[in-house]
Structure formats: structure tokens, C-alpha cells
Write a protein that binds this ligand. Structure first.
Ligand code: FEO
Ligand code: CA
Ligand code: CA
Length: 636
């Protein structure tokens, strides 16, 4: 979601205290362009975990254009866009007639996370698979010709609210690459729309069935219709997709007649009338005065099986409830499953879930509930470069009835409050937190935080204010079997880079010293690793004069943090969902909210009509497939 629309919730920032020591020596290393971080050298046999491999593409220039652009020698082709048919028999997109019925069958709005799931399941096929795509939010001014900020309250009807709810959620589409060109497989029986309007989901894990999860429509506390504000996500080792519910508070309006839930909702960012008050007319469960507990059924990680179009998605409550950005999965040294998660708001935390049981590749049934039984922890970034994971377990420390936590369900429903009691570090909007497949280290994108004061800075969030964001790398220890221990209580961490323009001293940007005038960026949001372990960063909130896009760099070697510009989006868009095929020869990206360029960029005169560039078509969010002309690995 557009950065200015987000992160507005200082939901109880924990005082950090004065900075004791800024660990300048670590960052001085990076500034000097020295090869490997001190942390990695100290802890790992570097030969085992190094991700080397030069990035060989001619860097794209910064730009601000109505069209998208990619580095020389690459092709960027639109694969599917908002309104295109998904399920068999879906109607054609009619921009002046966007309805709930049509949207329920078409590709939803504002694509975000992308997972490429090869066919057959579990294979490394890089030419045929399922593309699983989140649809995060709606732009009424692009959906409905007469909607503007000024008119929205008058023109938005219950039926339009239903159209919005149908456009949210997730799409599964079968795709194929033939002669180097990706196309959708129209009418595929895999194709599916999951919506906020109608898709039934199951609640699982410790909060399932709890009183605070029950509503007048569901007295079991285990069945929920829909998923909301699906931002980034992840893929499990057993080939399912995790989709993250982020800014769910925007869907609700009204005042709850329940003091406990009112306080709970405030901590998730609920304020005043809500952003889409007409949704309460479309479905009364979005009216807090009628259903004060309905919000407790959103803000989770949802697991879905794209290979079974009839499967019921599951809201996995053991992973906590907050404004989830993504869900980066890893297998630890002993086979336990680990999910790294960011809570995208200012002064919110980074979390880690570790399953109780190990993943069994030979017994798919045994893996079905690995995300229901495990330990959720919050990260505390110490000034000395230690990262401590603190478990959120009911009955331990302050997580007791004396503080309003009567059960583990309470701890999970109010994850943010529990994390603050435990001293989790309030970060600068943690978005994607993903694991490098080669180094086994973990990278967290911290988008920005314009509200951090200078006296609230610390080593892990060193700038106040922080308008450009930064990237942190954290390093799990190596277990006796030579593999990363992603379940360890302590890791080390280091700043990987600080975004902004290195030519402007006041930005205090930190990259590799050879970063070019086009290699810098602002607001790192999503990320992906290619098969060589190189980092590809997607941005949401480029500084004035340049559009968002993708920048790539190595994470090891002499070009660590030497970021290079590879792709840029059209006016008004952010870039989401970078995802490689297993062979590294295709990079899928999600161009979200093109043309969303302030109050004057409306249905009749948007800042761009990308990708159709037709007078009768609004700008449309779309998935783009990027390939190297003539074939070969992206970036090599
Ligand atoms: Fe949906 Fe945090 O971006
Ligand atoms: Ca975003
Ligand atoms: Ca995001």
C-alpha cells in the first residue's frame, strides 16, 4: 500500500532511551566497501555461506515516467492486470461497470505478493506453474468514475463496497512459458479467486474458538469469511502459500461498546470513522458498534494450498496478530520451520515463529499443522549487535492475568501489547523479512519512520527522523551440524545499508562506496533473493523526482551493498512481490497502484494510463514478467 497511507500508528512506542553506542565501527566497514561484515566473519566459516556472483547488467537510470522501464537487454511484459478474467467464464473488464460479481471472477486490484509455485507440485519447473498473487487494497477513484476524496462518502454505495471486497484477497492463475514468452492458461481448473467478500476460511491454532473470536455470524470462533489487505507473504517448504493480512483496520468503522476491545483495536491503528465506512453498509460485520470482535478475526497469516482449488484457507493464529507484512520461511538446522515476520507500522516489531515439530519431507500429512504449534518471539536488537528473541508465552514474565492476558489466545490476539511488555525493539516500519537461501542470514527491510525523534534513535534504528529507511541483516549461529540455527535465542545483527542519496550529506546514507548516482533509492519495502543469493529490493516511497522500482546487489564479496537500479514503475506506483522462478531466468514483479499520484490524479485524468494507455482505460495494477533477451539468468 502506498507509503503515505501507512505506518500511521505509533501504538505505544516503547522508549528506547538514549543511544549509548552507535556501533560506528561496523558501519565504517561498509562505508569503506570492505568485503564481508564483521559479524559474518566472526561467526561463520565463510566458504560455506558465501553468496558470490557478479551482477552483470547495465544499470538503468533513475527516472520519472508514465511507462515502466527495465535495464538494457531485458524485456518486461505485462502478464495479467486488474480486471482480467481469472476463473473460467469470467466477464471482460468494464471500467465503467465494476461490480462485486465481476470482480469475484477477475484479477483483483493492487497486486502485491507473488509466489511462483511450479507444476507439478514440489518440482523446479521454471516454465509452468501457478502464480499466486495478493490483492492488497482498493483505489475507489480508479474503480468508480465519480469518486474523489471529496465525493467518496456520497457516491460509495453498499454495492460498490461489495465490489471493493471482491477485488481484495488473492488470485491463483496457471501460467506457462513458451518460446521465452509467459502467458496465462485461460480457463485453467487451478484458477481461483479468494476474496474478502465470500471465501470461507478456518481459524486454527491457540486463538481458534476463543470467546474473543466469536461473532453473531459465527458462534464457533472458527469460521471467517474472507481475508483483508493481503500485503506480502511467503512460501512453506511443503508448497503452500502464506498471505499476510496487513492494514485490516481500514475496513472497519463505528465505535465498539466494549472497552477492552476498543483498546485492543486502538493498538492495531483503528481510529475514528475508518477509511472505507461504506463497507459497513455492504456488510454490517464491519460496523464495530455491531460486531466489536470481528476485527480479532483479521490481522493474521493465512495459509492456502494453491494446488487444490477447493481447499479452505487457514488463519494460523499461532503466528500472532498484527499488521503483517510478509512471512519469510526457513528450515532450521534440526528441521523445525521458522517464519520471520514484520509488523509494518512505525515503532512496531519484528517477530519469529518456530514450530515445535520438524518438517518431514516424506510425510506431507505430518506437516499440515506445523504452523499451529510453536513459539512466537519478538526481536530485541541490543546496542552491541546482539539480537535476542523473546518468547511470547502466556504465564511467563509479564504475560499473565494481572496484565490482561488470561490465555495464550489473549497473548496472540494482542500480540503488539505483549511484545511491548517484553521489550521488543520498536523498529522503523518492518516490511519484508526474508532468508537468504545461500548465506542463511536474514534481511529485514525497514521502510522509513518520519516520526522517530533524534533522541529515540538506537543502533538498529539509527536515524531520527528516518525518511528513507534502511536494511538490517541478522545472522543466526551455526549449529554443530554446520547449518544455521534459526531457532537460537540469540543472533547477531548489522546494518546492511541506509537508504537515501549518498551525495546528500544530510541523508546520512550508507551503501557500498561505488554506488552510482542511479544506484541509491528510498523506502525498501519488499525483497527477493535470486538463486545465487543476490538481494533484489523493491521500493515504496521513492524520493521526489524518481519513481519506485527494483535495485539489486550482492550480499557478500567486494560488491556487498553495491546496489544497482534494474527496473522502475510508472508514475504513482510502488513495486511489490519480486519473485524469481527456480532457474532465476524470470523475475515477476507486481506494479501496484499506478497513477495514484495525489488528489488530482483521478479516473478522468490519471498521471498515467499504464499499462493499456487507452483513453477509456484507467491505470491498472499488473504483474510483469521480466526476462533476459535471448534467455539466461537475470542479472548474470
Ligand atoms: Fe502493504 Fe507494508 O505494505
Ligand atoms: Ca507498500
Ligand atoms: Ca509492502
Amino acid at each position: 500500500m502506498k507509503h503515505t497511507d501507512n505506518g500511521e500508528t505509533p501504538s505505544g512506542r516503547t522508549p528506547l532511551g538514549r543511544l549509548i553506542e552507535k556501533r560506528l565501527s561496523r558501519r565504517a566497514v561498509l562505508r569503506g566497501g570492505t568485503a564481508v561484515s564483521i559479524t559474518a566473519l566472526a561467526l561463520t566459516p565463510a566458504a560455506c555461506f558465501r553468496a558470490d556472483g557478479g551482477l552483470r547488467f547495465r544499470e538503468l537510470a533513475h527516472g520519472s515516467t508514465a511507462d515502466h522501464a527495465v535495464a538494457d537487454g531485458y524485456d518486461a511484459n505485462v502478464l495479467i492486470r486488474w480486471g482480467d478474467p481469472v476463473v473460467p467464464g469470467a466477464p471482460k473488464f468494464e471500467p465503467n461497470n465494476v461490480t462485486g460479481e465481476a470482480q469475484s471472477q477477475q484479477f483483483g486490484m493492487n497486486n502485491d505478493f507473488i509466489a511462483f509455485m511450479p507444476l507439478p507440485r514440489g518440482s523446479n519447473n521454471s516454465a509452468h506453474g501457478l502464480l499466486c498473487v495478493n490483492h492488497e487494497f482498493c483505489v475507489a477513484t480508479q474503480m468508480f468514475p465519480d469518486a474523489s476524496m471529496a465525493t467518496a462518502l456520497k457516491v460509495m454505495t453498499a454495492e460498490r463496497g461489495r465490489a471493493e471486497l471482491a477485488s481484495l484477497g488473492h488470485s491463483v492463475i496457471e501460467i506457462k512459458k513458451t518460446d521465452g514468452q509467459w502467458t496465462t492458461v485461460d480457463g485453467s481448473s487451478y484458477n481461483r479467486r479468494i476474496t474478502a467478500l465470500a471465501t470461507e476460511m478456518e481459524v486454527t491454532g491457540p486463538a481458534a474458538g476463543h470467546e474473543r473470536m466469536k461473532t453473531s455470524a459465527d458462534d464457533t470462533g472458527r469460521r471467517v469469511i474472507g481475508t483483508l489487505f493481503n500485503c506480502a507473504g511467503g512460501k512453506t517448504p511443503w508448497h503452500t502459500v502464506l498471505t499476510a493480512e496487513e492494514n485490516v483496520h481500514f475496513s472497519f468503522s463505528g465505535t465498539p461498546n466494549d472497552a477492552r476491545e476498543a483498546a485492543n483495536h486502538r493498538s492495531m491503528g483503528f481510529t475514528g470513522p475508518g477509511r472505507y465506512p461504506w463497507r459497513a453498509a455492504a456488510d454490517p460485520r464491519f460496523d464495530l458498534s455491531k460486531e466489536p470482535r470481528e476485527p480479532n478475526r483479521f490481522g493474521w497469516i493465512v495459509e492456502l494450498d494453491p494446488y487444490d482449488p477447493n481447499s479452505v484457507p487457514k488463519k494460523r493464529t499461532a503466528l500472532g496478530r498484527f499488521r503483517h507484512e510478509g512471512a519469510g520461511c526457513a528450515l532450521s538446522h534440526d528441521g523445525r520451520v521458522v517464519v520471520y515476520q514484520g509488523d509494518d507500522a512505525r515503532f512496531e516489531c519484528i517477530y519469529r515463529y518456530v514450530s515445535d515439530d520438524a518438517y518431514d519431507p516424506d510425510n506431507p500429512e505430518a506437516n499440515r499443522d506445523l504452523l499451529d504449534k510453536g513459539t512466537l518471539s519478538v526481536g530485541r536488537f541490543e546496542e552491541d549487535g546482539t539480537l535476542v528473541w523473546i518468547p511470547l508465552v502466556h504465564g511467563t514474565g509479564p504475560l499473565t492475568a494481572a496484565n490482561g492476558f488470561d490465555s495464550q489466545a489473549d497473548v496472540l490476539i494482542e500480540t503488539r501489547r505483549a511484545a511491548r511488555f517484553l521489550g521488543g525493539t520498536p523498529m522503523d516500519r518492518p516490511e519484508d523479512v526474508d532468508v537468504n537461501p545461500i548465506t542463511g542470514t536474514v534481511f529485514a527491510m525497514l521502510t522509513n519512520n518520519t516520526e522517530r525523534e533524534a533522541d529515540e534513535t538506537g543502533a538498529s534504528n539509527p536515524r531520527g527522523p528516518n525518511p528513507f529507511g534502511h536494511v538490517i541483516e541478522f545472522t543466526p549461529p551455526v549449529a554443530s551440524n554446520g547449518q544455521r540455527d534459526h531457532a537460537a535465542e540469540t543472533y547477531t545483527w548489522d546494518i546492511f545499508l541506509q537508504a537515501g542519496n549518498p551525495a546528500e550529506a544530510e541523508h546520512s546514507a550508507v551503501y557500498h562506496e561505488d554506488t552510482s548516482e542511479h544506484g541509491w533509492f528510498g523506502a525498501p519495502d519488499n525483497c527477493a533473493f535470486d538463486p545465487k543469493g543476490r538481494l533484489w529490493i523493491a521500493t515504496d516511497g521513492a524520493p521526489d523526482g524518481i519513481n519506485d522500482g527494483v535495485w539489486a546487489c550482492q550480499v557478500d564479496g567486494s560488491e556487498r551493498a553495491l546496489t544497482k537500479h534494474f527496473y522502475r514503475v510508472p508514475h504513482g506506483a510502488e513495486l511489490c512481490g519480486p519473485e524469481f522462478t527456480p532457474d532465476g531466468e524470470t523475475l515477476f514483479v507486481a506494479v501496484q497502484h499506478p497513477g495514484l499520484d495525489g488528489p488530482n490524479s483521478l479516473f478522468d485524468n490519471p498521471s498515467t494510463r499504464w499499462p493499456d494507455f487507452k483513453e477509456d482505460m484507467p491505470p491498472r495494477s499488473a504483474v510483469v514478467a521480466i526476462t533476459k533477451r535471448g534467455g539466461g539468468e537475470i542479472g548474470s
